[in-house]
Design a protein around this ligand. Sequence first.
Ligand code: HDD
Length: 713
Amino acid sequence: MKNFQNEKQRDLSTNKSDGTNKVLTTNQGVLINDDNNSLKAGERGPSLLEDFILREKITHFDHERIPERVVHARGSGAHGFFEVTNPIPELTKAGFLQEAGLKTPVFTRFSTVAGSRGSTDLARDVRGFAVKFYTQEGIFDLVGNNIPVFFIQDASKFPDLVHAVKPEPHNEMPQAASAHDTFWDFISLMPESMHMIMWTMSDRAIPRSYRMMEGFGVHTFRLVNAENQSVFVKFHWKPKLGTHAVAWDEAQKISGKNPDFHRQDLWDAIEMGNFPEWELGVQVIPAEDEHKYDFDLLDPTKIVPEELVPVTIVGRMVLDKNPDNFFSETEQIAFHPGHVVPGIDFSNDPLLQGRLFSYTDTQLTRLGGPNFHEIPINRSIAPVHNNQRDGLMRQEVNVGRVSYHPNTLGGGCPYQAKIAEGGFSSFNERIEAHKVRERSESFADHFGQAKLFFNSQTPEEKSHIVKALRFELGKVETTAIRVRMLGLLSQVDVTLAEKVALGLGAQVPSTLEFPVNKGVSPENEGGNQEPQTIEQAVSTSDALSMINNPTNSPTIESRKVAILCSDGVSESAVLNMKNALKKQGAKGCVIAPHLGSVLTDNDGAIAVEHSFLTASSVLFDAVYIPHGLNVTALAENDDVLEYLNDAYKHCKVIGADGQATEVINAAPFASKLTNDDNGIILTSEPATDVFAQEFINAMTSHRFWDREPNLYL
Ligand code: HDD
């Protein structure tokens, strides 16, 4: 089959515009002679209404903004391709999954959920992971998150959830944060959210990089093969670089130092040729196993443990091109879980079913009308012919007098496709039911998998969850909300609830309390069920832990190391470390008290990339201080001490050689150092290759979390 890797790029190129060596014009193509002065009655007189050049320029500017996304407003995206490695024709007839080596162009957008377009990348939040596949059979969007479950089970609660988490309506605070009363008020009344809360309070909600996140389709979907047989599937993205996070204190500091941290990381990685890569996998559940598990496959607050159904890898996605224009591509892209191709179909998950309405609807306001599919980034590379017409900003010029079906005047065209020719037909699932406004009893287990997640975490990860909950609930002002949350947490793990309570100076309540909503009878409290805990077939799963995650590989590829320098630094030490890092695909950056260059021990000079002022430890994965420099000056430099303190606090690798080790001895944490801290690499001798290797080996552990006090123990 033909390789269509560049087809979307070719399609986009028809809309690209480049002003290089071109003359300035109005939008009407009239050449502009003076773009600096408006037309006036005399050089000191009033401007004239007649000035069409001024009016056009200002009018366009006045209308440059469009509404931001209701959720997921803050995001970054990139182009790339999806390549099949393990075709699955026995499971699906989707053309783009049929043949090994077949490549399909994609555009992927990562996002936070709650914050506005200009908010920080490092908010504690779910990350959106949306992939648009430009297939030969039309567009397939996999609109997922970096967390495999969701807060709520039914789409009707989505507006409530979002209203609760967004800045509070009276004062528009806080921005991009769930740590406030309305969010926890809602959550404390929604026990079904407890599994998701475990994930969002874990370090999954503060990724080190978009490139180091897993992705999940969340819902159960269906695959349908050419014989019209169907299986259920869960989609997974597994990152090549492993799944990693930053520390919460670090996240907050990054938000100040570089709120574009994730955006920049993605951009820089692609510019440098470190193309982010994920494997796409599916968990396949045969139709006859639909009711086999302790949970309902249609319940989006549940995972299918990988121990029960392993993930089969079907292909890989590589992001290899940054957008040319943020607005045209990343902002205007419109995803929709309802964009599927023949061979992929929906399950009856009530959250998914509601989403199928929401996504086209929201674009009508955000992108201004029904023709958003014509915007270049949204345009299918498969031909589009139908009888839809007109509407705001219509681009296509439909020829002929026929815009209806059936017709004879147009020869019956465009004609319907036979199923055998690729026409979409929904899976003919048999449904026999009463029309009811109810939730299935099989959705009532709200704590079983929250426990599974929590029990799968390492002690350090459990401690981070305690810390996150102390932070979040500590920001809540209403005592009753905190107490209600402690009650819910005690259903997941009593020690967890007690440890959080300790930080809040509160007591874990002995009973769960859900105040009855006004106007609703106690038997039917707004459709809420009595929450249950169902013992899961699997009690722990390494795939749920980031530290024990089987996707993690010992790579330091694309990691960044701050090399703190000043005049007199050993040139060979700096270059050795830089080279050793480069060999591993990582980067050493020279940081010094000032920009320009620093003098080296052999009267040479080394270029400085950042000054202590323009960079900070939180923007790097490790810190190294080479020998030869002015130890006293560095040891007394507050900026250097802050680098070291932060690096230590955030459990990063710190290295020094020769007399530079004295700088470490001057750091406030020096008295805490023990021989057991494998993340502190020191040698009193000038560094050798062995030292660089030891430093790199330590970096492969990502972080030395055991340096922190464990709040769970
Ligand atoms: Fe959603 C955007 C993912 C539930 C309604 N959603 C949006 C984006 C992602 C998700 C990644 C951003 C896409 C982009 O980058 O443009 N949403 C999810 C996941 C969900 C989920 C994984 C649960 C499993 N969403 C959900 C529900 C509803 C919506 C239940 C409504 C009933 N989502 C929207 C939306 C957005 C959106 C309002 C805002 C902007 C957009 O669609 O295009 O329609």
